[in-house]
Design a protein around this ligand. Structure first.
Ligand code: ADP
Ligand code: MG
Ligand code: ZN
Length: 626
């Protein structure tokens, strides 16, 4: 939760009150007060007149409406030192003043108690006023970034946190690789532009469209493109903005948003991260969330409230449609659902083409090679990749982006920042054997992705890396492919064992082992690729903090659990044995490759295969079934 200014003010109010009283008590003693002017000795009025006549009085200060005077005088009785003496004056003595003036004595009259008190009060009020004023200023400033000023101190009313763009300037041409979604939205654009075509035949125009897809796949971009194509204003707010500490604020924000939208119809209302408010009601750990439910109810009410042809189309985005409240998905609300997924090869190529337009890229660079190397990248990742490459090019003071910068950027996006290479040592040798182990097992196995490069330059957490060029379709993987992958991943540890012995193996393989175990487990429990048979025994992991699916996975008996463990163990053990075999049988070429790798620090795929071909004539000769 963020600290809102409202909270800050609430907390600071008691503080202000305390400071006020402290100020009253100690900080501002009435400065001109008589009591502060300490005069220990006293003198009668008559004696004072005598002193005056003798010319011993130097100065007179009048207090208390002229009832009291503090005089400064010297005299033989006073030890010839200037002393302050208090004199009570009779009520009406105008002649005294003239007398004092005649004698040319310093005279000062101090304001009486009453005016004094007013001044004090004002002085006391000033401080809190300045404080409150300062806070109000801060409010204003924080507000003006999100919405208009002027709502600073209003507690009941919501702050306007939605943004409005009169023209988004985004068109469908800016969105690539999501052709189905675009087709679907073409219709929405027509609804906005020519609603009469639909209403004439009695068709109800849909009110809401739900965009479902992982982050960075272009959901926001698509929504903006619809507004841009239809040339209507674009209102946007993030679902998390609705969720506030104070009950009722979220609901009033929804009301405000729709009020503004109605005034500007036709328009698009875009609600990002709708799962923040739209989560299934009455779930979640730690009880329900009244505020969120109120906000959701308000949203549903608003959506029901406007008729089909007011020209407002609500587009919501989420990456978790499964946890949304079913009421949101009912007809008349978000009844259209459009999925945008991470792009495939063709999609990636199209997105790269869009983002390459405004960049200077060398002619030798083939975008399709980049697209092939980047499975799993979202549109945002690809845009970021090209941008990183452009930055790198500028840093090197080059004119055009070449494949070098692009490669470096891909590596960086995938594996993190490059580190400095290790100096030659035993551990560098061990890492070299480990990486060559992965690379050679991967290369000699059938059904394994080809090596793209092996390197000893550390990156991110890894101290050496072997890159493989992924095959195109990552979503459909065969049993043979998974097995080959498991053996390949075990190749690193296997090389360590054979070359350095059991006692010398390192912790460097822990990540590999994790991957292997997870792959083997999924073969058994999710893909039905073991002796247990085609059973789905476990669901994808679900997060208990996000709504449904609290404890629905692992619905099998203890007996099956034992079998699962046996199967996993069997797959991993046999794969390990296979990896060991390949390493043993190819020890000569491995030693040779390690020497080259230590010297050059990076070997790329084609060179790697060329070296291997000198030693063995049959590529991909190993094939195992477990
Ligand atoms: P989401 O809302 O799905 O998280 P965004 O729409 O905010 O993703 O995308 C972030 C950025 O990534 C966009 O501004 C755009 O530069 C780029 N991008 C994402 N998907 C695409 C796409 N399909 N075509 C072109 N650019 C894309
Ligand atoms: Mg977004
Ligand atoms: Zn490894």
């Amino acid at each position: 939760m963020k600290i809102s200014w409202k909270n800050l003010l609430l907390w600071s109010l008691p503080l202000i009150v305390i400071i006020f009283f402290l100020w009253q008590g100690f900080l501002v003693p009435t400065k001109n007060d008589l009591n502060s002017n300490i005069a220990s000795s006293r003198m009668t009025y008559g004696r004072f007149l005598e002193y005056l006549d003798m010319g011993w009085v130097k100065r007179v200060d009048m207090y208390d409406n002229g009832h009291t005077a503090i005089i400064e005088a010297v005299g033989p009785e006073l030890g010839n030192r200037v002393q302050k003496i208090r004199v009570e004056l009779p009520t009406n003595v105008p002649e005294l003043i003239t007398k004092l003036k005649k004698a040319n004595i310093d005279l000062d009259a101090h304001p009486n108690k009453n005016t004094n008190a007013i001044w004090n009060l004002l002085g006391n009020l000033l401080f809190p006023l300045v404080l409150i004023g300062g806070l109000a200023l801060l409010f204003r400033r924080s507000n003006s970034t999100n919405g208009g000023p002027g709502q600073a101190m209003s507690f009941g009313k919501s702050k306007a946190l939605f943004q409005m763009e009169a023209k988004t300037g985004v068109t469908f041409d800016d969105v690539a690789g999501v052709d189905e979604a675009k087709e679907e939205f073409q219709e929405v654009v027509t609804f906005l532009k020519q609603p009469e075509c639909f209403t004439a035949v009695g068709a109800n125009i849909p009110k809401g469209v739900l965009l479902i897809g992982p982050p960075g796949t272009g959901k926001t971009l698509l929504a903006k493109a619809i507004a841009g194509e239809a040339n209507v204003p674009f209102f946007s707010i993030s679902g998390s903005e609705f969720v506030e500490m104070f009950v009722g604020v979220g609901a009033s924000r929804v009301r405000d948003l729709f009020k503004k939208a109605k005034d500007n119809a036709p328009c698009i209302v875009f609600i990002d991260e709708i799962d923040a408010v739209g989560r299934q009601r009455g779930t979640g750990i730690g009880g329900g969330n009244d505020e969120r439910e109120q906000t959701l109810n308000q949203l549903l009410t608003e959506m029901d409230g406007f008729e089909g042809n007011t020209g407002i189309i609500v587009i919501a985005a989420t990456n978790r449609a499964d946890i949304l409240d079913s009421a949101l998905l009912r007809p008349g609300r978000f009844d259209r659902q459009v999925t945008v997924d991470v792009p495939d090869f063709k999609g990636r190529l199209a997105i790269l083409t869009v983002h390459a337009k405004n960049k200077k890229i060398d002619n030798s660079v083939s975008l399709s090679v980049i697209a092939r190397r980047t499975p799993g990248f979202s549109g945002a990742d690809l845009a970021n990749l090209l941008n990183e490459a452009a930055i790198l090019t500028a840093r090197k003071r080059k004119q055009k982006i070449t494949i070098q910068e692009i490669d470096a950027s891909i590596d960086r996006v995938v594996a993190g920042m490059e580190g400095t290479p290790l100096i030659d040592s035993k551990s560098k040798r061990l890492i070299a054997y480990h990486e060559i182990g992965h690379a050679i097992v991967g290369t000699l196995l059938k059904n394994h992705d080809p090596v793209q490069k092996v390197t000893l330059i550390p990156r991110g957490q890894a101290r050496g890396l072997t890159w493989f060029t992924p095959s195109d379709d990552q979503s459909l993987v065969s049993r043979a492919q998974i097995l080959s992958r498991i053996i390949g991943v075990l190749g690193g540890r296997a090389a360590e064992e054979i070359v350095f012995g059991d006692a010398e193996v390192t912790t460097g393989a822990s990540n590999d082992l994790q991957q292997v175990t997870s792959m083997a487990r999924q073969m058994v429990t999710r893909f039905g690729m073991s002796n247990i048979g085609p059973l789905s025994l476990e669901n994808e992991e679900t997060n208990p903090f996000l709504g449904r699916n609290l404890s629905s996975d692992s619905n099998y008996s203890d007996e099956i659990a034992i079998k699962i463990d046996e199967q996993i163990k069997q797959i991993v053990e046999r794969s390990h044995q296979n990896a060991l075999d390949i390493i043993k049988e190819n020890r000569v070429v491995i030693d040779h490759l390690v020497d080259i790798l230590i010297e050059k620090e990076t070997i790329d795929g084609s060179e790697f295969r060329k070296i291997i071909s000198k030693y063995t004539s049959i590529p991909q000769k190993y094939e195992y079934n477990i």
